[in-house]
Design a protein around this ligand. Structure first.
Ligand SMILES: [Mn+2]
Length: 397
């Protein structure tokens, strides 16, 4: 597997020379300043590629080429945005970038209630507390009908917690949850979130799936012609939130995607962190079965705290948590060997350590939530050791 690392561009406090020192081969990045729906110009792609190559690495994966809310909601602008997305693919392919990660999560990209939950070791980690989330939904956002989305005991606990919330508690919880919205958190208010939610008032899972199907039908033929591999990232966390449908949460969901438009260009990002928050996702077995359709790995481990769907969880160390990471890596190595034996050109699937806990100097350095330098370096180093051991062939004597 090819060892890659997510870089948020020139604004990222973790620099390219530092990433190179972590033993990274390839970079995963995006042109974050271009709004969803707009074309990525070829000269901007080239400039970014050249910065990465000057630092001794290659731009291996785009994460993400954003899918606009107009596409997800089936708004009139969707057809034009399909065309723009395809033009961006053409420009990326012309610069030699062939693996494109995207997601189809309505409104929220990812959701946590605590961005620095203390761990027993002294590390801090991202955490999702279902009671806190319900307290936000029911008593801060005050979403209509929200009470039906939570078990009775969760509603009771959320009510009790909300009664003891100070203004500062409510503000912190709101900020943490809004951090998963695309763009700067300062842009978002409860009213703008409510406005976004109303756009989905008549969109259920079936309707959203139809919009995803329309999207892949439009873009996959272009990607195939360009020799590219598209990979949809699963939902994080993998269940509906705030009444919004989510359709990339389970093995059945991922299978539906890859079979609805069968093509080597229509695949998935196998994110063990997102998928691992559900006990019914058996990751190593899922990887074996979905193997031929996986174009990108995110290796991360979560600890399910109650095993519920929805439930509470936190981001554990890469070899801690509820997922048997060695079993996952064994399955990934088997898929690599299978592709090599078939003569597939795409056997060297890029992987990246997806998130890390804040450890050591991470506590003093501002980085994107979940993306500290040292916590990820530790994760990558552990994953690299395990991958090398699993691929090692003893010398013949
Ligand atoms: Mn991921």
């Amino acid at each position: 597997m090819r060892q890659t690392w997510r870089w948020f561009g020139p604004e990222d406090n973790v620099t390219l020379p530092e990433i190179r020192q972590a033993g990274v081969e390839g970079i995963v990045t995006a042109l974050y300043h271009i709004p969803p729906g707009d074309v990525w110009p070829r000269d901007a792609i080239r400039a970014r590629r050249e910065v990465i190559e000057a630092a001794g690495m290659t731009w291996d994966v785009v994460e993400s080429l954003p899918v606009s809310e107009d596409i997800r909601t089936g708004a009139p602008a969707a057809a034009q945005h399909f065309a723009h997305w395809i033009t961006s693919l053409e420009n990326l392919a012309a610069e030699g970038i062939k693996i494109i990660c995207y997601n189809f999560m309505p409104v929220l990209d990812w959701t946590r209630t605590d961005l620095a939950a203390p761990m027993a070791s002294g590390a801090t980690a991202l955490r999702f507390d279902l009671v806190d989330f319900a307290a936000f939904d029911l008593f801060v956002l005050k979403r209509e009908g929200a009470v039906a989305d939570y078990p009775n005991d969760v509603v009771a606990k959320a009510r009790e917690r909300a009664e003891h919330h100070s203004d500062a508690d409510r503000a912190r919880l709101t900020r943490n949850i809004l951090a998963g919205l695309p763009g700067a958190v300062e842009r978002w208010t409860l009213d703008s979130l409510r406005e976004r939610l109303t756009r989905y008032a008549h969109i259920d899972a079936e309707r959203l799936r139809a919009h995803l199907q329309g999207f892949v039908q439009a873009v996959v033929p272009a990607a195939e012609r360009l020799g590219m591999r598209l990979c949809c990232h699963p939902d994080d966390p993998p269940w509906p939130l705030l009444g919004l449908p989510r359709i990339m949460s389970t093995e059945a969901d991922l299978n539906w995607l890859v079979t609805t438009v069968p093509s080597p260009a229509n695949g998935v990002t196998f994110c063990t962190g997102s998928l691992g928050a559900r006990p019914d996702n058996e990751l190593a077995k899922m990887l074996q079965r979905l193997g031929p359709h996986i174009h990108f790995y995110h290796f991360r481990n979560v600890r399910m705290e109650d095993g519920g769907v929805p439930g509470s969880f936190h981001e554990d160390e890469h070899f801690g948590g509820s997922t048997d990471m060695v079993a996952v890596l064994k399955a990934a190595v088997a898929e690599q060997m299978r592709r090599q034996s078939e003569g597939r050109a795409d056997w060297n699937i890029p992987m990246r350590p997806d998130h890390g806990q804040n450890i050591l100097d991470d506590h003093h350095r501002k980085s994107a939530p979940g993306y500290p330098a040292i916590g990820r370096l530790k994760g990558l180093a552990e994953l690299r050791g395990a991958m090398l051991a699993l691929c090692h062939e003893p010398p013949q004597d």
